[in-house]
Ligand binder design. Structure first.
Ligand code: C2E
Ligand code: MG
Ligand code: MG
Length: 246
């Protein structure tokens, strides 16, 4: 609570690249600048923020900073085309004010909704389908893009998936990690790419760490990539040095 007041939560950005390795967007990843523990990873405080309800406040702060970053990029001819992906937690998404909160962040900052992408996870999509689709459609009507994060690790059924107004699937990094060692993972990656193709969704491979993985993914038809091979998440200033697709 104290850290929220003291604005100790900051966003790092991880580049997303195309097959030529050129910058097409970034994902915002929150970090906690803890007074004694240093930079704390979201994996260790997001679950706590969720269970305590603080995620609502934190989530709004994250959306606001992300939108401000989009506005800063819009001033730069090299960066104005970039999309920015923001992770949304289940509790935040299911809050009745969520759509209004996103719209407020966009309106107050002046950010272009078409550059904003919200990342949802499969587990948060299991509740009340009609309500879910209506909420997603409202966001889409504003021009916001929607991605399904960590795809393949949850329980979404395919008949369900085709009803959701999504734009993108993100292949979970666990499949990418053992892509070259485990034929079953390669088969899963191929299947997700084919599924994306058939449903008209773009597909991003997450957790690409080696050139060999990058090449194998390209051969399978993947066109969007994110991972340590290209860059680790870092402050916004680090992104400005990237060659971007014009
Ligand atoms: P995620 O959304 O799936 O984000 C990708 C995670 O993988 C990030 O960890 C990123 O640093 C890491 N990563 C990226 N490339 C590689 C790679 O090549 N190899 C490996 N081993 N890891 C890679 P991070 O930043 O620790 O975030 C962990 C999770 O915390 C995120 O997973 C997301 O679910 C959650 N999270 C992060 N920021 C936010 C946020 O602002 N709001 C919410 N609700 N959740 C967030
Ligand atoms: Mg994500
Ligand atoms: Mg992920």
């Amino acid at each position: 609570r104290q850290s929220l007041v003291e604005r100790r939560f900051i966003l790092h950005y991880q580049p997303q690249v195309d097959a030529r390795g050129q910058l097409i967007g970034a994902e915002a990843l929150v970090r906690w600048q803890h007074p004694t523990r240093g930079l704390v990873s979201p994996a260790s405080f997001i679950p706590l923020a969720e269970s305590s309800g603080l995620i609502l406040h934190l989530g709004r702060l994250i959306l606001h900073s992300a939108c401000e970053q989009l506005v800063a990029w819009a001033q730069d001819p090299q960066l104005k085309q970039l999309t920015l992906a923001v992770n949304v937690s289940a509790r935040q998404f299911h809050h009745p004010d969520f759509v209004a909160d996103v719209c407020a962040a966009l309106a107050e900052s002046g950010a272009d909704p078409r550059r904003l992408e919200l990342e949802l996870t499969e587990s948060q999509l299991v509740e009340d389908v009609e309500n879910l689709i209506s909420k997603m459609s409202q966001l889409k009507a504003h021009g916001i893009h929607l991605a399904l994060d960590d795809f393949g690790t949850g329980y979404s059924s395919l008949s369900y998936l085709k009803r959701l107004p999504l734009d993108q699937l993100k292949i979970d990094q666990s499949f990418v990690h053992d892509l070259l060692e485990q034929p079953s993972n390669a088969a899963i990656v191929r299947t997700i790419l084919a599924l994306g193709d058939n449903l008209g969704l773009s597909v991003t491979a997450e957790g690409v760490e080696t050139q060999a993985q990058f090449e194998a993914l390209q051969q399978m038809g993947c066109r969007r990539f994110q991972g340590y091979l290209f860059a680790k998440p870092g402050p916004a200033s680090a992104l400005a040095q990237w060659p971007a697709t014009g």
